[in-house]
Design a protein around this ligand. Structure first.
Ligand SMILES: NC(=O)c1ccc[n+]([C@@H]2O[C@H](COP(=O)([O-])OP(=O)(O)OC[C@H]3O[C@@H](n4cnc5c(N)ncnc54)[C@H](O)[C@@H]3O)[C@@H](O)[C@H]2O)c1
Length: 272
């Protein structure tokens, strides 16, 4: 039980990686504040309220106390309200996992991106991460303790053509992570990020963003995944559970010496 009695806030918790993180953290003894925008308009279908509640129920089944909050990380008021709901129930937040993110639109040259395409991805991936940190950090500073795990991507370490808004946002998440690590280390707060490569779709976790990328590339999800696998040293995509395990390590006392680091879980994608 590596997170026994810890209170963990996870954004984008309704499906895919967010659901996987929630389940693992529940198994490791954490109580959870699960946040998702639930159906807010997106460039592709985002998770629904029902999926957030399914994640919550599954975590309760594993013994966790769970509070759910519908909040769009683009809205400071909604983020503050979600954190307040968690504080009312749990009185502290020990760990923040910033997982909510958008990858859209894929396959578009930079000069073809609209102002909205650019702003939306930066607003969710980068500014949304900062908004959640801003809402939680005062409580962590007061207690002189905390761990934040941001979600970058291999796209935060190397570039992909035709995804410049995403690549820019994820490089910025790595930079934000380092800056926060420097600022808050003196308060006993560690800030790290995880950088997954393409995560294999898992129907039990709900279809995620990769399905939309495949669609935009004119490929089936299976063909897209098969093609992507060959770029990885392991010859396969990483699993959601492998990414969750990295987040768990960064969130737990076991990684006590790590701050300002970006942990790749990329099957060797960036090794070449
Ligand atoms: N899946 C991958 O291959 C992959 C690879 C590298 C990095 N990532 C990153 O991992 C994170 C999760 O990705 P995923 O594939 O699970 O995505 P996903 O689209 O399946 O899930 C994202 C979740 O975040 C929620 N969300 C989206 N916008 C939101 C907002 N504005 N406010 C609150 N919640 C919001 C969605 O409703 C959804 O539940 C993202 O940050 C993504 O960039 C994913």
């Amino acid at each position: 039980m590596r997170l026994e009695d810890r209170i963990v806030m996870i954004t984008g918790a309704a499906r895919a990686l967010g659901r996987s993180h929630s389940l693992l953290f529940a198994r490791e003894g954490a109580d959870l504040l699960l946040v998702d925008s639930c159906g807010a308009d997106g460039p592709y279908p985002l998770a629904e309220r029902k999926q957030l509640e399914e994640t919550a129920q599954a975590c309760r089944g594993l013994g966790s106390r769970v509070v759910t909050a519908v909040a769009d990380v683009r809205d400071s008021g909604q983020v503050e309200a979600a954190v307040a709901a968690g504080m009312r129930e749990f009185e502290r937040i020990d760990v923040l996992v910033n997982n909510a993110g958008l990858l859209a639109p894929g396959g578009v040259l930079s000069h073809e991106l609209s102002e909205d395409d650019w702003t939306r991805v930066l607003d969710v991936n980068l500014t949304g991460t900062w908004r959640c940190c801003r809402a939680v950090l005062p409580h962590m500073v007061e207690r002189r303790s905390g761990a934040i795990v941001n979600t970058a991507s291999t796209g935060g370490r190397v570039a992909f053509e035709m995804f410049s808004n995403y690549v820019a946002s994820k490089h910025a998440v790595v930079g934000l992570t380092k800056a926060l690590a420097l600022e808050y280390g003196r308060y006993g707060i560690r800030v790290n990020s995880v950088s997954p490569s393409t995560v294999a779709a898992d129907p039990a976790l709900g279809t995620g963003s990769t399905a939309d990328v495949a669609r935009r590339m004119g490929a089936s999800l299976e063909d897209y995944e098969r093609g992507s696998s060959s770029y990885h040293a392991l010859g396969r995509l990483v699993s959601a559970q492998e990414v969750s395990a990295a987040c768990l390590w960064l969130a737990s006392p076991e990684s006590g010496g790590a701050t300002g680091t970006d942990l790749l879980v990329d099957g060797g994608f960036t090794a070449r």
